[in-house]
Design a protein around this ligand. Structure first.
Ligand code: ADP
Ligand code: TRP
Length: 335
């Protein structure tokens, strides 16, 4: 098999929003259409457990992320699409990799450091407050996800680049220790022109700021959200700067270049904010109406998603168990 392996995961920690679509779902859907690559796309549900302890939410978000990914173009027949928790081999490898991870490497990992920094800023005495071992060893489980499928390329946002580098380090330590090429060395694939999508208040759209527009939301709610986007106080007829407008930035992400140009002209001519919002809503509605129907259908039939997960798990476990046979042999655990 000479095809390069491409793999990525999404953590089901919320109902996906437009930022997740443009920053994570859309680029991976494009990559998944490249026939020269063998694609593994999965829902990192056990990673979500580091922070999400509500069982119903974890279950719902897992279905919502899967349904969104498929509705927006990921074809589960042409890639391996699965749930992390359905591949027990990943957790076995995670332990083995933990035995190769210097503790200091985890101290430097970004997910952990972010919490330490927050504690510092809050004047908290215990800098490790709120850190569970799942969060602390998060990069090891992520390395297991990546290495078990012998991934060459891992498309991720810039914030995850360090975790892919850790996976590469661990693969090298392991290969060197056993003088064997057990693991492929992975590389992060960063979308350099990846835009940061602004949210309702103009800051980065993020569920932690509560300023998101969910991708799949009923049309009347979508319209209400679009009308909540913050604008300045300039009046109809006053020229407006498209670049500093959240409405314009969202519009540009979905529109054809010539329509974007025409919209920018409207700004210069002093479009009323109400009309700009109406135009953005209409564009979102048209762009999402097809995927919306597919999404609804999948969410209404979780048994169909379960079938897709089961089919993906079988293919994923086939590859994972082959890697694990070599790993076990290398370390001296043979059955
Ligand atoms: P959130 O900030 O809402 O918690 P996550 O951190 O779970 O979102 O992000 C999941 C993925 O979506 C990541 O790959 C991230 O790069 C992408 N993403 C999230 N928000 C945005 C945004 N506002 N613009 C672009 N990409 C984003
Ligand atoms: N940690 C990634 C995130 O928070 C999700 C993830 C888990 C992942 N395992 C992965 C991404 C393996 C790429 C490869 O976005």
């Amino acid at each position: 098999m000479d095809q390069k392996v491409i793999l990525t995961g999404i953590k089901p920690t919320g109902n996906p929003h437009l930022g997740n679509w443009v920053g994570a779902i859309r680029p991976t859907v494009e990559l998944s259409r490249d026939p020269a690559k063998h694609g593994f796309y999965f829902i990192a549900d056990y990673h979500a457990l580091t922070g999400l302890k509500d069982a119903a939410e974890l279950r719902d978000y897992t279905y919502q992320v899967a349904a969104s990914w498929i509705a927006l173009g990921l074809d589960p027949e042409s890639v391996v699409f699965y749930r992390q928790s359905d591949v027990p081999e990943v957790f076995e490898l995670s332990w083995i990799l933990a035995c190769f991870s210097p503790k200091g490497l985890m101290n430097r990992a970004h997910a952990y450091k972010a919490v330490v920094q927050k504690n510092q800023e809050a004047g908290e005495e215990d800098l490790d407050a709120g850190v569970n071992m799942g969060l602390y060893t998060y990069p090891i489980l992520m390395a297991a996800d990546i290495l078990i499928m012998q991934s060459h390329w891992v498309p991720v946002g810039r914030d995850q680049q360090q975790h892919v580098e850790i996976a590469r380090d661990l693969a090298q330590y392991f290969n060197r220790q056993y003088r064997a090429e057990v693991f492929t060395l992975p590389e992060a694939l960063i979308d350099e022109k990846g835009a940061v999508i602004p949210g309702l208040d103009g800051r980065k759209m993020s569920k932690s700021y509560g300023n998101t527009i969910p991708i799949f939301t009923p049309p009347d709610q979508l319209r209400k959200l679009v009308f909540r986007i913050a604008t300045d106080s300039s009046r109809p007829g006053e020229p407006k700067d498209p670049e500093s407008s959240t409405i314009f930035q969202l519009y540009r992400l979905l529109a054809k270049p010539e329509d974007t140009e025409a919209f920018a002209d409207e700004y210069r001519k002093g479009i009323a904010w109400k009309d700009a919002k109406e135009a953005l809503y209409a564009l979102l509605e048209t762009t999402l109406s097809g995927p919306w129907a597919r999404y609804q259908d999948l969410i209404a039939h979780p048994e169909e998603l379960d079938r897709i997960f089961a089919q993906g798990a079988e293919k994923a476990r086939d590859v994972a168990s082959r890697t694990m046979r070599e790993v076990r042999r290398a370390v001296g655990i043979s059955h």
